[in-house]
Ligand binder design. Structure first.
Ligand code: F6R
Length: 593
């Protein structure tokens, strides 16, 4: 949830730390801070709100000619967003930045208070600093840090500066942290985008390891011994995150969808790669994910059941991890995650692995915990997503599921009509046409932006699309929107429909079209204003405001529909002057339970 960066080397740390924080701001943006050191003195500056506030404050207040430092951007968990809760936290000789949650912080704090420690903040992170300080009174640094890792229950990525030890220590468990390797300069970061301007070489720090970065060296210790780890190289697609001429990252990332989709479809055009998407060995599938990734799963469920004849269940990871799991033989568990670091999805995956079931991850971040621990990983390779609301990664999650359903249906000889792989190859071109035709979305946004609530309705796979479209609208525009199965509305929620309530109805499934039309008539009879989103072959809605997308094959219709509704959400949020790339209360990567 929070972002961490550290730097030691020949350059001024302030600029590097601030630049890194800007690139990590998507991970949390309610407060930030830095601690810099000149080998003798330490200076801590914190600020509420965006990183730009911190930058201004540093310009005014920083006096130290520092040579290394650590910095943090926060998404509040323990304690409100305030100066006292912002990181870094210094207790005694120890200054830390922390991402994660320490579950036993209250007990640790009680013991530390008994030992005479006092606390200024409400955070669990300050407890970590105090605990390490207390260990350092009796133990050597490495032994003390090792003891710290044994004492903490929960998740953490921690950057540590200790008075009189020139350098930065780092540890992690279940929260991401990498070491960047430059030329006589070293970095610590929550992800590579924070440091890519300076180096593309990095090492993944693992649980149980302690890193120590100094001016001319870095060391990684495991069980008190120095170990050597592979140095990885980041390629362009993982790291390019400039906004270019776009007003927002969200718009830029939607506009990138045709390119990343084309790459994905090309990758699976060869039969060896296609085999990786063949699920015909499995009788049942559980899809486990959170938020949009789960909604992608609902599209997968419809396609797997309709075309590949595999019973499929979809669960939010936060529920799945605690439920009694009932499996049939040959059940596959598919985990879907853009970041690969979502705490609930990781916990669900580990639980499933403990039970001995096969796991397959559809994941965007190739270095993430989920990518590293799942039995099989399918990378979406959408590139970096900076906007907090996912767009292009979601499109590729759905595309992978659609290809899986198609390839499995072909292997099982289940397709009733001939659909060639060529049909998939045409989709990126159609997608480009659809998203470039943005005037129609702007016009519909004009209709919608003054409303405070609306509904998305559809049946079957169209309902699965409604869930994502509705989430997108509410998270970026703050309009309260609900997705409903079209036939279910009349069982209660229709009481909310009044004159001019906006209903967006998705109709792409021919066999359910007439049923949804009856539901549209029901709400129109009660004064609702219905906007139709449909495919060209089904369009007969002359008297409605509508979005009509080209008809593709049945597996990929949702791609075009969702892209249009992502744009609609974007333009509504723009009209409402919302902070589109960083909606209130959200963070991109949810690494807490
Ligand atoms: C919504 C959104 C979230 C994420 C969810 C899972 O736009 O981005 O709902 O989809 O937090 O995140 P990942 O995919 O990183 O596991």
């Amino acid at each position: 949830m929070c972002g961490i960066i550290g730097y030691i080397g020949k350059n001024n740390p302030n600029d590097i730390l601030i630049n890194g924080l800007y690139n990590l701001e998507y991970r949390g943006y309610d407060s930030s801070g830095i601690a810099i050191c000149d080998n003798k003195n330490i200076e801590i500056i914190k600020s509420i709100g965006r990183v730009s506030n911190l930058e201004e404050k540093i310009k005014k207040e920083s006096r130290l000619n520092a040579s290394y430092g650590i910095a943090h951007t926060r998404w509040a968990t323990n304690g409100e967003a305030s100066l006292k809760n912002a990181h870094p936290h210094k207790v005694g000789r120890v200054t830390i930045v922390h991402n994660g949650i320490i579950e036993n912080a209250d007990i640790l704090k009680e013991n530390l208070i008994k030992k005479g420690y006092t606390f200024n903040s409400e955070t669990d992170s300050e407890v970590v600093a105090a605990l390490l300080d207390s260990y350092l009174k009796e133990l050597d640094v490495l032994v003390a840090i090792n003891k710290l890792t044994k004492s903490l229950v929960g998740s953490y990525a921690i950057g540590i500066i200790i008075d009189n030890y020139n350098g930065i220590y780092a540890i992690r468990k279940d929260s991401p942290l990498i070491l960047g390797i430059g030329l006589n300069e070293y970095f610590l970061a929550s992800d590579i985008t924070a440091i890519i301007k300076y180096t593309n070489k990095y090492i993944l720090l693992d649980e149980g390891e302690i890193a120590f970065l100094t001016y001319n060296d870095y060391k990684i210790y495991k069980n008190k011994k120095i170990i050597t780890k592979e140095i990885l190289i980041a390629d362009n697609i993982d790291t390019v995150n400039e906004k270019k001429d776009y007003s927002h990252y969200m718009l830029k990332e939607i506009m990138e969808e045709p390119i990343v989709l084309q790459k994905l479809i090309k990758k699976y055009s060869n039969s060896i790669n296609q085999e990786k998407l063949n699920l015909s060995d499995y009788k049942e599938i559980d899809i486990v994910a959170c938020g949009s990734a789960m909604y992608a799963g609902f599209i997968g469920q419809n396609l797997f059941e309709e075309y590949a004849n595999i019973k499929t269940n979809v669960y939010p990871a936060s529920e799945y991890r605690y439920k009694n799991k009932i499996y049939n033989d040959n059940t596959l568990v598919i985990l879907i995650s853009q970041s690969g670091e979502t705490a609930d999805t990781i916990a669900a995956m580990r639980e499933v692995k403990r039970l001995g079931l096969p796991t397959l991850a559809i994941v965007n971040n190739k270095d993430s915990t989920i990518a590293r621990e799942a039995d099989i990983k399918i990378l979406t390779e959408a590139g970096v997503e900076v906007a907090v609301a996912t767009t292009k990664a979601y499109i590729l999650q759905v595309s992978v599921l659609a290809l899986m359903a198609y390839i499995t249906a072909c292997k099982k000889n289940l397709l009733k009509e001939s659909i060639n792989y060529n049909d998939f190859e045409k989709v990126p071109i159609l997608l480009k046409e659809v998203i470039e035709n943005n005037n129609q979305y702007k016009n519909i946004a004009e209709e919608l932006y003054k409303d405070e609530r609306c509904f998305y309705i559809g049946r079957g796979i169209d309902y699965a699309m409604c869930m994502e479209a509705s989430l997108k609208l509410k998270e970026v525009s703050y309009i309260h929107s609900e997705a409903y199965q079209a036939g279910e509305l009349k069982h209660g929620s229709i009481s909310l429909i009044e004159k001019n309530t906006k209903i967006i109805s998705i109709i792409t499934d021919k066999k359910l079209k007439e049923k949804t039309i009856s539901n549209i008539k029901e709400v129109e009879a009660r004064g609702a204003k219905v906007i139709i989103v449909t495919t060209k072959d089904l369009d007969e809605f002359e008297d409605h405001l509508k979005i009509v997308v080209p008809t593709t094959n049945k597996f990929m219709n949702s791609i075009l529909v969702i892209a249009t509704l992502q744009l609609l959400a974007y333009y509504v949020a723009l009209k409402r002057n919302c902070d589109i790339d960083k909606p209130r209360n959200l963070a991109k990567s949810v690494t807490v339970e």
